[in-house]
Ligand binder design. Structure first.
Ligand code: HDE
Length: 706
């Protein structure tokens, strides 16, 4: 429970820390024991008869050790199997009492502890992070009124409108059942066969083919509750609400070519990025945003709020930022926390309620159900990571893995033998009272007419993207469909694309060697509308915090300029890594050793946000003759990254065929004014990518010929 602290801030969070601390063990001064607590004198040799004789069954330590090992694995999540988690806290900016009675949204001095798990959807637990996929963004708030789980994604819409189709879309998206290929990818026949037959998927297909499916970092992606929820205030007034997470660092993406290289070079790219940022004290932050819609206005919006394939454009209903989530601690143990955390859409607190969105309704059932298998029975809520902070009192009992002991003999309600305990909680005592609403109608397997428009928001999304983003999306469709061998699937998909946008359809068709389909006119309320908020071009681009800069060096490098730049970048929260042909150190221009951070052998430009080429003619001559160094620079250039070059460094640019005046290339040849150079380079890095380079798509693929 919340309690006072000397600094006047109520830190509800501390009690979760204490609860978890009980389950953590400090390794110092401990002795090895069995699970029964018996001391172990040797764990290297089993108990045997003579030095070369048989092993004895009586060796209880051997049997226990191997048995426990045999049973370490649990089933991975059927979707979202691969994830990374972190602890943090949430604080509301001002009381939201007018909108909701949820207690964690009332008092800005209360820090509510949270656990967040980010994930990919399609791949197995051991798959790569940088695949083209939706990302899960699941937040468990341990509030004073019980747990609230906001189990969202990094895209605001979903593939299907009704949960009954979830097994179908997931079966189609995951590896094909006969040979279990491909891993963690939708670039195969069964996925595109399904979407070509189910047009409601088209809006989400646009999102998954866009750069949103390739986040630069979990710290740099938006989150969405997807469904329409309700906020209920203390007077019982209900309003519709859509939840958003807005990353303070802005939403930024990788490019597909980079993602594919990273999947091999560092399959843990996102997991590592999250872990290292938190360890370095660069705490990931996201603002909680809400779009609030009065019930009376809902119909006038012209958007079916119960349809999870639709979003509400921010320009129509602004996103109000009401609080901030900060991730401040990495898990102590991946399995106990990140793997065993069990989110459930049905975990809500008074003041937040559901709607009749048919996708949400199925989710209310599915999450609890899946944990019964995944976590081995009904007692998963007792696990430390899932346990609410508030005391739990009820008559649920027994079952596999029960950790708690129910006290007394009265395990039923009502009872007199137990003094009537636990008594029911009224609304004023924290009891959850479902929002009362009239429902009625014909019992039938039907879908409303208001769910019938599958193309206008797909078109809105496509039209709202910048030219570069559209080019990336078209390339993504060409790539994915290029892996599909069934020609009829191509044709059916193009038929849908023609209803979304004529240029999209024509350009994808060209990539598939098919004629452009005839433009199809689809009646739409928003035929020419755009929503600038949907384009990543319009995100926050004002910081280089946590950006990674590679500095390429060889003997004779100008270390003074390099150290000066390092200081300037680090003072803004970025890091600079010195990369050379070998580890250890290289001699700089004055003969002093310059420590090397990374061997060129083990890294590549895709692991960095920007590249710096310091001066020093001997160093630059060596690098210009080194194909690997040239490839490093050229690859960063074609991925749109900022390049900083000092003095003679420009020769390496020339060796790569890169014009020193190209956008995002900051050359410091003349003045040598270190501060001005650092400022200009930082500004170029903060822009994230520079697409207006040589090739119109911003993405020339062929390296220069020497
Ligand atoms: Fe999930 N989803 N889902 N989902 N989902 C699961 O629950 C399901 C949907 C989401 O980090 C499973 O514990 C159904 C939408 C996230 O642990 C499972 C339907 C959105 C996570 C399940 C949906 C999500 C899950 C698998 C359609 C965005 C990972 C393991 C009716 C709003 C949570 C588990 C974590 C996980 C079912 C659709 C997000 C099987 C039936 C829409 C972020 O219960």
């Amino acid at each position: 429970m919340a309690r006072g602290k000397s600094d006047g801030v109520r830190v509800h969070e501390d009690s979760k820390e204490e609860a978890l601390a009980k389950d953590r063990s400090e390794p110092t001064g401990q002795r090895l024991t069995t699970d029964q607590g018996t001391g172990v004198v040797s764990t290297d040799d089993s108990l045997r008869v003579g030095p070369r004789g048989p092993t004895l069954l009586e060796d209880f330590h051997l049997r226990e050790k191997v048995t426990r090992f045999d049973h370490e694995r649990i089933p991975e999540r059927v979707v979202h199997a691969r994830g990374a988690g972190a602890h943090g806290f949430f604080q509301v900016y001002t009381s939201q009492a007018e909108l909701t009675r949820a207690r964690f949204l009332q008092d800005p001095s209360v820090r509510t502890p949270v656990f967040v798990r980010f994930s990919t959807v399609v791949g197995s637990r051991g798959s790569a992070d940088t695949v083209r996929d939706v990302r899960g963004f699941a937040v468990k708030f341990y509030t004073e009124e019980g747990n609230f789980d906001l189990v969202g994604n990094n895209m605001p819409v979903f593939f299907i409108q009704d949960g009954i189709k979830f097994p179908d879309v997931i079966h189609a998206a995951k590896a094909e059942p006969h040979h279990e290929m491909p891993q963690a990818a939708t670039a195969h026949d069964s996925f595109w066969d399904f979407v070509s037959l189910v047009p409601e998927t088209m809006h989400m297909v646009m999102w998954t083919m866009s750069d949103r499916a390739l986040p630069r970092s979990y710290r740099m992606m938006e989150g969405f509750g997807v469904h329409t929820f309700r906020f209920i205030n203390a007077r019982g007034v209900s309003r519709f609400v859509k939840f958003h997470w807005k990353p303070v660092l802005g939403a930024h993406s990788l490019v597909w070519d980079e993602c594919q290289a990273l999947a091999g070079r560092d399959p843990d790219f996102h997991r590592r990025d999250l872990w290292e940022a938190i360890e370095a004290g660069h705490l990931p932050e996201y603002e909680l945003g809400v779009q609030v819609i009065e019930e009376a206005l809902a119909e006038r919006l012209g958007i079916e709020l119960l349809d999870p394939t639709k979003l509400v454009p921010e320009e129509l209903v602004p996103v109000e930022r009401i609080g901030k989530l900060t991730l401040h601690r990495n898990p102590t143990n991946f399995f106990s926390e990140t793997e065993q955390v069990a989110f459930c859409v049905a975990n809500v607190v008074p003041g937040i309620d559901f709607t009749d969105d048919p996708l949400m309704q199925a989710r209310l059932f599915s999450y609890l159900d899946t944990q019964l298998t995944r976590l081995g029975g009904p007692n998963f809520a007792d696990l430390p990571i899932n346990r609410p902070l508030v005391p739990v009192h009820n008559h649920q009992q027994d079952g596999f893995g029960r950790r708690l002991s129910n006290a007394g003999r009265a395990n039923y309600h009502p009872n007199s033998l137990g003094g009537g305990c636990p008594a029911l909680a009224s609304a004023t005592q924290g009891g959850f009272v479902p929002h009362a609403e009239h429902v009625g109608g014909l019992k039938a397997r039907v879908r409303g007419e208001s769910f019938a428009d599958h193309y206008s928001q797909a078109g809105l999304f496509f039209r709202s993207l910048s030219d570069t983003e559209q080019a990336h999306l078209i390339d993504a469709c060409r790539f994915e469909l290029g892996k599909v061998v069934t020609r009829e699937v191509h044709e059916r998909v193009l038929g849908h694309f023609a209803k979304i946008d004529g240029v999209l359809a024509a350009r994808v068709a060209e990539g598939l060697g098919l004629p452009a389909p005839a433009p199809a006119v689809v009646p739409s309320v928003s035929a020419n509308a755009v929503s600038p908020a949907l384009s990543l071009e319009n995100t926050v681009k004002d910081s280089i915090k946590t950006r990674r800069v590679a500095a390429l060096v060889a003997p004779g490098v100008d270390a003074v300029a390099l150290q000066g730049l390092r200081k300037a970048l680090e003072s803004q929260g970025a890091t600079l890594r010195v990369i050379a042909g070998h580890l250890g150190s290289v001699k700089d221009a004055s003969g002093k050793p310059l420590p090397v951070d990374v061997s060129a052998m083990t890294t590549a430009s895709v692991e960095y946000d920007a590249v710096f080429i310091p001066g020093g003619s001997a160093s630059v001559t060596v690098l210009s003759q080194d194909a690997r160094a040239r490839h490093f620079v050229w690859e960063a250039y074609r991925h749109g990254k900022a390049l900083g070059v000092s003095k003679e460094g420009v020769e390496l640019l020339r060796a790569c065929g890169i014009p020193p005046a190209a956008p995002g290339v900051v050359a410091d040849t003349a003045s040598g004014e270190a501060k001005a150079f650092a400022r200009a380079f930082s500004e170029a890095i903060a822009k994230h990518r520079h697409w207006n380079r040589a090739d119109p798509s911003g993405f020339p693929l062929s390296p220069p010929q020497n």
